[in-house]
Design a protein around this ligand. Structure first.
Ligand SMILES: [Zn+2]
Ligand SMILES: [Zn+2]
Length: 313
């Protein structure tokens, strides 16, 4: 089979047959157009990209870098060895070093001043849900405290479709309402919330994988939720649906992106009585769990500072 664009031998066939060179051009120009059309990044922005070391977040950092945007990268140690470990940190750090991208590292445990095993246990919910909650909290706070105006993540169309399925089935009004914010750009509706951008909103997992391959990027996948081993039921469901409707993930992403934005400031937001982060309760979800954990040091280190380690070049 031949490349649909140039007629050379095809090297990849995800939505159509393409050679490596045309794939890269197509992938990057689609993302460049999305960034321009939706104003994901403006010249005044300082962009922080959260990078786990997996194919999606590394693709996100690489594509922004290739398109000439000035970015910094944050890698967090989530306290689950299967997800982040010295190897993932090494991969991300080297990626940044080779491209001269400022690299920041922090560990949840040090940032929050708690033992992560205890935190995950006391959160009394699935680890992935707790980890997601912590990432939202830590990424936002770190970005704001360090003067970043946009926080970029590697969420792709497959992730969006999984969230959509979960939210529909959850019976939770909050998850359902949250779908409204699931767009390439989630603007900040509160001074303490940093706007989110998702440049890979319309890219597929398989495309991100091919992108890292063609760009020669070393990836350190999470063994719990990587592309290869992701075996949760939502992925299974998504794959089954895609057997009959091949473009399901993209169709969901397009539909969500088109939903009208309410864009109202969320007046139920208040500041957490303990840490000051925005929340819709008196005490935020992270502090509620942290309160149940014993502090790491007997001196009662304040969680506000939390012994954060950061390194920037
Ligand atoms: Zn070609
Ligand atoms: Zn709090």
């Amino acid at each position: 089979m031949q490349c649909a664009l140039c007629g050379k031998a095809k090297e990849v066939n995800i939505t159509r047959p393409l050679c490596g060179e045309c794939f890269l051009k197509d992938y990057e120009s689609r993302i460049r157009r999305l960034i321009q059309r939706e104003k994901l990044i403006t010249p005044q922005d300082r962009v922080l990209v959260a990078v786990s070391g997996g194919k999606d977040s590394l693709s996100c950092a690489q594509v922004l870098y290739t398109l000439g945007y000035s970015i910094a990268v944050l890698h967090v140690d989530v306290g689950v060895a299967a997800c982040t470990n010295p190897r993932t940190r090494n991969v991300v750090e080297r990626f940044c070093e080779e491209r001269d991208i400022p690299f920041y590292f922090l560990s949840f445990s040090e940032y929050l001043g708690v033992d992560m095993d205890e935190f995950f246990r006391k959160a009394r919910r699935p680890r992935c849900a707790t980890c997601g909650m912590l990432k939202r909290y830590v990424f936002n706070r770190f970005a704001r405290e360090n003067g970043f105006t946009k926080l970029a993540t590697g969420h792709c169309a497959d992730d969006i479709a999984r969230y959509f399925l979960k939210a529909w089935v959850s019976g939770s009004k909050e998850s359902f309402l949250w779908l409204e914010k699931l767009k390439p750009l989630t603007p900040s509706l509160h001074p303490r919330v940093v706007a989110r951008i998702r440049p890979l909103f319309f890219s597929l997992e398989q495309e991100n994988y091919a992108y890292t391959k063609f760009r020669g990027i070393v990836v350190a996948g999470c063994t719990m939720c990587s592309f290869f081993l992701r075996k949760d039921s939502w992925t299974e469901m998504l794959h089954r649906i895609e057997e009959v409707r091949r473009d399901f993930a993209l169709a969901v992403a397009r539909t969500l992106a088109r939903q009208p934005e309410k864009g109202e400031a969320n007046d139920t937001f208040q500041e957490c009585r303990i840490c000051g982060e925005p929340t819709n309760r008196e005490i935020c979800a992270v502090c509620r769990v942290r309160e149940r954990c014993s502090p790491l040091t007997p001196t009662g280190r304040s969680g506000r500072q939390g012994g954060m380690t950061q390194e920037a070049r």
